[in-house]
Design a protein. Sequence first.
Length: 362
Amino acid sequence: MTTLKQNKLLQALLLAVLAGGLAACGGDDGNNGSNGSNGTDGANGTNGTDGTNGTDGTNGTDGQNGSPAFIKFVGVDAPSTDAEKREISVSQAVVNGQIYGGEYNTLARSGDDIGGVQFGQLVDESGTVLQEEDLSVRISDSNEFTSLLPIGEKLFSVSQFEDRPGAMFLMELDQNAETGALSVSSLSQIDQSGIHGGWVHCAGSVTPWTTHLGSEEYEPNAKDLPTSTEAAADSYTAGMLDYYTTTEWNPYFYGWPVEITVTEDGTATPEKHYAMARLAFELEYVMPDSKTVYMTDDGTNVGLYMFVADTAGDLSAGTTYVAKWNQTSSAGLGSADLTWIDLGHATNADIEEYVTNGTTFT
């Protein structure tokens, strides 16, 4: 019996030793194999049914009714005292119920000296300042139109004076970044000697290509004032003779549109557009097509004209028309249909040749 127990104990011991030996002799695990390729996507499932529509929101409140547009004019008392007559003032304006102030900012007044140039001074064709009989500077107070020209990164302004001789000035402007207020940083007189001087610069406008388009009003009568002798005897024309130092009087020098082209470096170049007609120009206004120009003639029983340029942005060549008033009703101020009569085609060069070669009325 003892021998049997001993044999079983021995067998158990051998099994334990064998198990331990097998565990101790086991090798390290091998590296994982590479991943297999992805399987193909399964077919898409069918779309679900649409949900039910939500309920409508509540209506908003109605806006206020609009009011008719209107302009209200505020009465201004006629000045009675000498001081009131000399005062420069503006009134408020009411547009669609909104009150707009009448404030303005003065850039320059006639006689102001800016950098050695007096605003409004008149000069001869050599650039020498003209003098009055008392030897004071001859200053014009007839500033008729001032343009605002944004050129590149700068702001310029051209001011023209309705005088004989005419005068034009170029101002470079500074603008306050916070208030927008403008001030003059420099002033120079535009040399018009290359176009025989300026004459009675009346109204003006700015073209779509940002040039100053001025005018020469009340063209001298070439029949009555053919030479400087007749011009000197005419009180309206006599002052123009002070302009000449080498040039002789020619009535056909005047009565044309004058365009001023300004570059960013402050160069101002004047050009008379002889192609557009010779009138008592009040104003020329270029339409957005940059070709059609409506031109007004200052006077009684005069005309309404239209110029159509050959090329947009170039007024040196084109066709001039005059309006014909075909009355259809005498009610009120009258009604009519306008037709345009072709007066012919010209270029600046065509007409300038006649102007500079001594053409006379007879």
